[in-house]
Design a protein around this ligand. Sequence first.
Ligand code: FES
Length: 345
Amino acid sequence: MVTLTIDGKEVTVPQGTTILEAAKGVDIKIPTLCYHERLNPIGSCRMCVVEIEGFTHPMAACTTPVEDGIEVTTNSERLTRIRQDSLKLILVNHPLDCPVCDKGGECLLQDLVYEHGIDQVEYSAAKIERDSSYATPLIRYWPDRCIMCLRCVTACQEIKGIGAISIKGDGYGAQVVVVDQDKCQSCGECLQVCPTGALTEDLSRYKGRTWLIERVPTTCTYCGCGCQLELNVQNDRVIAVTTKDGVGVNQGSLCVKGRFGYEFINSDERLTTPLIRKNGKLEEAGWDEALSLVAEKFSAIKEEFGGGAIGGLTSARCSNEENYLFQKFMRAAIGTNNVDHCARL
Ligand code: FES
């Protein structure tokens, strides 16, 4: 174990802990931007700088491991100035289009700029021309809003193990690009970790403001994993799906279906009443009529060919109880073992 002092508080933590983690453990908040709990420290933004007694230069708390006996200061005029400068350098190339940014209201950059009281940027720089090739039909990339924190690249590699995106170029002109389009699964992990509006969901664009959205926690219905997600509801319509980092078996991750496959909920093409084909045309019918017809047809088939002539396909999107009932119905009432489900359709 290692004992150090942070802002005058004595802290004892296991060797290998970073200063940032040690500070968190005693409720000392150090501002961060590129740091993300689920990723190895990236160390690209310098927001988390702290002073260590005896060291001339401030160090990044997210990448610096604790050492026995060190005295750390997380808040000082000098540190505030450094953090303000880091933010100003980011803002030099930021479009400040917050009124139309879907991330407005929950943008980490916006919050930090506010917290650090930055109302003007005295620096200027040549505009970086980044292209927007990193985009899929579901994920929109706003290259001007990218702060090169590299969370997206790291998450694609470390969490999903895919590595579809990387950095092109170096220094000031570097940008995030897709290096292997075929590998990208449109899972939205990059979108989930992006601290700004550089990556937004294309389906929900301009459909709701973050502060008006109601987030309804629920379980994904696509497969049996039971991933936890939040349906983003505004005006009685689901306009997006988000997740909470560290929550549920999925810890905030989703696949493409869970994150983007929600449009069917409000689709006008959804059947809400049974349809029966009469004279070659599908016509709306009542539930009693429809169920009686199905029962009649099943009975007739069973009588003529036996229960084995009927098969049943159920769905991972049903509950355990519903699936149990379904197989029971097929076996006991229909008399067949021909039961399968959507994972193998
Ligand atoms: Fe530590 Fe970005 S949060 S360098």
